[in-house]
Design a protein around this ligand. Structure first.
Ligand code: AMP
Length: 399
């Protein structure tokens, strides 16, 4: 970790402005999943225990620069209060004189939560004037919102230009540590498991990971574009016709570079895209015309399990099938369990955010792997080898 973290600075008696990710699902004023609020607790508690006053800021949803009352962070303030066991003052806005007064009055141990940053268009535009107003509220800046670190917004990037010190929180530090290990110095054999609906959003990740890995296992909807490129009939399965050339060139590359690129050998095919549709397990070359492959089959699961068990570093992004429907969840479940087993045997296992993170959490295995990333888009961009603006903007550790 080349960036300063909260551990490297003295926060006693200071007002610490912390960018957190409180973008939680809220239905009728009730938070339906508070994972992200809980994930921010180590940093907040650390700051409070070390004598700081804490000013928290986050976005919620996509209000697009307007005040949308349903996207207020007020329910988060109440939940946070319960989790921290101390009062959390909710501000009516995130900038302006009333907020400045509230911030100025803070004493060590106090917690202030600013209102949704995206109620102001300046947030996503990375407007310097807006960023400066945010910066004026605190003495030190902490970014603990990995999930938005791939966006150069006022609260993730612009604000750092007006602060003397900008450091990473614990959650951010953990994300960077694990993900950099996966791209910089992985223990081998190194395996990537990719799934999800489409190749299109993941071409750059596939290409970048192919530079690094020994083995790549491919499942999910994207497998059918590769299989079709190899000349198989895939029935009515999801195929991106406009990506066939891309798939062919990837297949040529893995052949040329002798990368162990493993495609499924069987699939669960269904008569329709539905939980109640009739389904059969078939070898990949025998998908009936008009049927849709919705999961990897048992032979593929076995094949993947063997590869996973041999690996010392594993990165997983994207479900193996339509795991939201129980009849097509077995492949994703088996991969999650194989990852848990590999972790017990000493492998480093990293689950990229989004659907694979949701799947592993649904299975209750989130603590059985080394790291589940909280940021879908951000972890993908990291794995693509891109620099995340929110990380780059933090202060470097002295050489
Ligand atoms: P992504 O956001 O690209 O990771 O895609 C996740 C989505 O891919 C999930 O909602 C899955 O239901 C879907 N998916 C996985 N396998 C298939 C498949 N064989 N056919 C269609 N969709 C799939």
């Amino acid at each position: 970790m080349k960036k300063l973290t909260v551990r490297d600075i003295d926060v006693e008696g200071r007002k610490v402005l912390v960018r957190v990710d409180f973008n939680v699902p809220i239905k009728d004023g009730i938070i339906t999943d508070d994972t992200r609020v809980r994930a921010s607790l180590p940093t907040i508690s650390y700051l409070l225990e070390h004598g700081a006053a804490v000013i928290l800021m986050s976005h919620l949803g996509r209000p697009k620069g307007k005040v949308v009352p349903e996207m207020s962070l007020e329910p988060v303030a109440r939940r946070l209060e319960e989790l921290l066991g101390c009062p959390v003052v909710m501000a009516d806005d995130c900038v302006g004189s009333a907020v400045e007064e509230k911030a100025a009055a803070l004493q060590p141990g106090d917690v202030l939560l600013l209102e949704n940053l995206r109620f102001h268009a300046g947030e996503e535009k990375n407007d310097p004037g807006f960023a400066e107003k945010l910066a004026a509220l605190g003495d030190v800046y902490v970014n603990d919102a990995f999930g938005t670190a791939h966006r150069a917004h006022a609260s993730t990037e612009g604000v750092t230009r007006f602060m003397s010190v900008s450091v990473a929180g614990f959650l951010m530090e953990k994300e960077i540590d694990y993900l950099s290990r996966a791209i910089a110095d992985p223990e081998r054999p190194y395996t990537a498991i990719l799934g999800g609906a489409k190749i299109s959003g993941k071409i750059d990740v596939i290409q970048h990971l192919l530079d690094k890995v020994d083995t790549m296992l491919v499942g999910g909807g994207m497998m059918f574009t590769f299989l079709k490129a190899r000349g198989y009939g895939v029935g009515a399965s999801l195929v991106e016709e406009d990506r066939l050339d891309m798939a062919r060139s990837i297949l040529e590359r893995v052949e040329r570079e002798a990368i162990n690129f493993v495609l499924p050998v069987d699939t669960i095919a269904a008569e329709a895209f539905s939980e109640t549709a009739k389904s059969v397990t078939v070898p990949i070359e025998a998908i009936p015309a008009g049927w849709i492959g919705l999961d990897i089959g048992p032979e593929t699961i076995e094949l993947f399990r063997v590869e996973i068990a041999k690996s010392k570093t594993i990165v997983w992004n994207g479900p193996m099938g339509v795991f939201e429907m129980e009849p097509f969840a077995a492949g994703t479940r088996a991969v999650a369990e194989a990852l848990a087993e590999a972790t017990r045997n000493g492998a480093t296992t990293i689950v990229g955010g989004g659907d694979s993170a949701a799947a592993i959490t649904k299975l209750g295995l989130q603590n059985a792997v080394s790291h589940v990333s909280t940021g879908g888009g951000a972890s993908l961009e990291f794995l693509e080898g891109k620099t995340l603006p929110g990380v780059a903007a933090l202060t470097d550790k002295p050489a």
